[in-house]
Ligand binder design. Structure first.
Ligand SMILES: *Cc1c(COP(=O)(O)O)cnc(C)c1O
Length: 370
């Protein structure tokens, strides 16, 4: 039988099964339980922040973070044009308008110079996204934000464990946001997390996560909050995954090196780059082919799938979506159609990567792309 290599799949081991089973058997299946506290404690420790607050998914964590830093109707939020749609949608949930800026071709993250040009008196927050595991230039972005007294919410949904100049992503801005969707570096099934050093932001996030219920007076709600809680079952899975995160990250480094070795004979193929002294995590293997367009890329992905290799296109620019304003972002537009992500999960072996790259090179030659 022919093998099929998905782009991603979670690694579920004995610990995951044991902890989830324990959580179910305990009866604590909803949003109170020891695994939630344990997950928040270990995640704060991992990120080097004083606090961490778990939510039901990464999108709600983003929304909650924006509300906590005071985003309101009429504010503007700066986001990179190349990102997953949730980054922009969360800004809109908070009532803000979305200003998209161009990216750097190397890091694929927001270009600080473009951020600076987009600041207006209405700018309330910047959301740098550490795309595909590569940290944004946090030094430049934080300098701009401090100068204008603007909040920074890091979207680290794809970058658990990445570091910018020695600091873990999610610990640099006012709030960091993570996702634990099934294809992320570690998973809770679905899940999200806010990280912060601010006691005030932490208290506010906990309060709003649970319908803004008064800590002193049960069922008294002085404002409109949300139910963005995580369940103990999700947290049980995540706690098991957090015990293995360092091995996952190391294995992803190794897999990336295998891809580099297999594809180094074709210098026109661009793989993940490392910019501005950061330590990235290889959430996704990124392959860019100069001159590719959307139609040719679809052909390429179809041909790969027929040979048993799954791939996925880079994100489309947010500014091309019908709900958002168009933007002049030439780098995001060019890179967006040149890139695909290849199988990137931790259970891949050296031989799997050799087989995937052999098939890839065959397709690329047939299509005269190399
Ligand atoms: C996955 C992701 C999110 C949203 O997380 P969910 O848990 O899927 O809601 C937000 N931003 C980025 C960049 C992501 O990749």
């Amino acid at each position: 039988m022919k093998r099929f290599f998905p782009v991603s799949q979670p690694s579920i081991g004995e610990k995951e099964i044991a902890y989830v089973t324990d959580a179910v058997s305990s009866g604590w299946v909803s949003s109170i339980g020891k695994y939630i506290e344990e997950f928040e404690r270990t995640f704060a420790l991992f990120c080097g922040t004083r606090f961490a607050i778990a939510t039901c998914n990464g999108t709600t964590a983003l929304h909650l973070a924006l509300v906590c830093v005071g985003v309101k109707e009429g504010d503007e939020i700066i986001v990179p044009d190349l990102t997953f749609i949730a980054t922009a949608n969360a800004a809109r949930y908070a009532g803000a308008s979305v200003v998209t800026v161009d990216i750097e071709a190397g890091s694929l993250c927001m270009d600080p110079a473009a951020v600076r040009r987009s600041i207006t008196p209405k700018t309330k927050a910047i959301i740098p996204v550490h795309l595909y595991g590569h940290p944004a230039n946090m030094e430049a972005i934080m300098a701009i934000a401090r100068e204008h007294a603007i909040a920074v919410v890091e979207d680290a949904a794809e970058a658990h464990g990445a570091e910018f100049r020695g600091k873990k992503v999610g610990s640099i801005g006012d709030i960091g946001v993570f996702s634990f969707y099934g294809n992320k570096v570690v998973t809770a099934g679905e899940g999200g997390m806010l990280t912060t050093d601010s006691r005030e932001l932490y208290d506010k996030a906990r309060f709003l996560r649970d319908h803004a219920m008064s800590p002193e007076r049960r069922y008294w709600h002085p404002e409109i909050g949300f139910n963005y809680r995580m369940t103990n079952l999700q947290a049980a899975l995540a706690v098991a995954q957090m015990e293995r995160i360092e091995t996952f990250i190391a294995k992803r480094d190794e897999i990336m090196q295998w891809y580099r070795d297999e594809l180094k004979s074709v210098p026109s193929l661009r793989l993940n780059r490392e910019e501005h002294g950061s330590k990235r995590v290889y959430w996704m293997v990124c392959l860019e082919i100069a001159g590719l367009n959307d139609a040719r890329r679809s052909e390429l992905m179809k041909a790969l799938r027929e040979l048993g290799v799954d791939s996925r296109p880079y994100f489309y620019p947010i500014s091309d979506m019908p709900m958002y304003s168009t933007a002049s972002t030439p780098v995001a537009h060019r890179v967006s159609v040149e890139g695909i992500n290849l199988p990137s999960y931790v259970d891949l072996t050296r031989n799997d990567v050799a087989e995937i790259c052999g098939l890839l090179l065959k397709v690329l030659r047939t299509m005269r792309l190399i």
